[in-house]
Design a protein around this ligand. Structure first.
Ligand SMILES: [Zn+2]
Length: 90
């Protein structure tokens, strides 16, 4: 589980996500499937909120070790966008 604090902590992962441009599929709000277009590998990222803190979990090796991977960065970007859309709809 990776705790999401500041964007700075995710900076490296965000940079990698920008260059890798993985495919992000929304399973439902908070659950995303990330596909590496080059290797075809897919990972599941879950975003959740606990006690007011935001966490993410990725099924890849780095994610399992609690490291911020680019899958999480890509999913979080989609999650934030989705949350903003949700808010705008209300
Ligand atoms: Zn990952």
């Amino acid at each position: 589980m990776i705790q999401l604090t500041t964007a700075a902590k995710l900076e490296k992962a965000i940079t990698k996500a920008r260059s890798t441009k993985p495919l992000v599929r929304v399973n439902c709000f908070g659950s995303y499937t990330i596909t590496n277009k080059t290797t075809g590998a897919t990972y599941t990222v879950e975003c959740l909120k606990q006690d007011g803190k935001r966490f993410a979990h990725c099924s890849c090796e780095a994610g399992k070790r609690g490291r911020a991977c680019y899958h999480v960065a890509a999913a979080v970007a989609a999650h934030i966008q989705l949350a903003a859309d949700k808010q705008a709809a209300h």
